[in-house]
Design a protein around this ligand. Sequence first.
Ligand code: ZN
Length: 165
Amino acid sequence: MQEHLTNEQLTEYLTDPLASGGDATIREHLAACAACRNEAGRLHSLLALYGEVTRAAGARPQAFWQWQRTTILTGLESRPVPRRLVWAAGLAMAALAATLLMETPPPAVPPAAADPDHALLVDVERSVRRQVPRALEPAALLTAELSEAADTTIKNQQTGKGERR
Ligand SMILES: [Zn+2]
């Protein structure tokens, strides 16, 4: 009996079908194994969701991207990131964008809304961790780190406003 497909194989199959299209092993296994077909479907929806979030995030104002860019670069510079994780960072960015899209209050809302934001952030982090397959765990971890960084940034900004030197 053949072993099930790994998350890595499924992810590659779904994200880069041309590269793995010639891999008959994966296609044949998927055709024969309902469990792996289910897992592939689950992964597919997840990846589609990230795609939607990314497209929605495209509507963000320039200042948002500038802020996020700074946050991410700061996070990435602090430690070496394997090349493999670069695409995962993209997903993490999308996840973070989703978080911010859902939780960033309109400009008129005062900074006091930061605490409910944090609670939501934690919720999203939890659900992201629960849903991601093993192959995407680096993205979830990165998302958690970025969320923390964002949190710190927001707190620092608030502190900065309070006592400007
Ligand atoms: Zn299988």
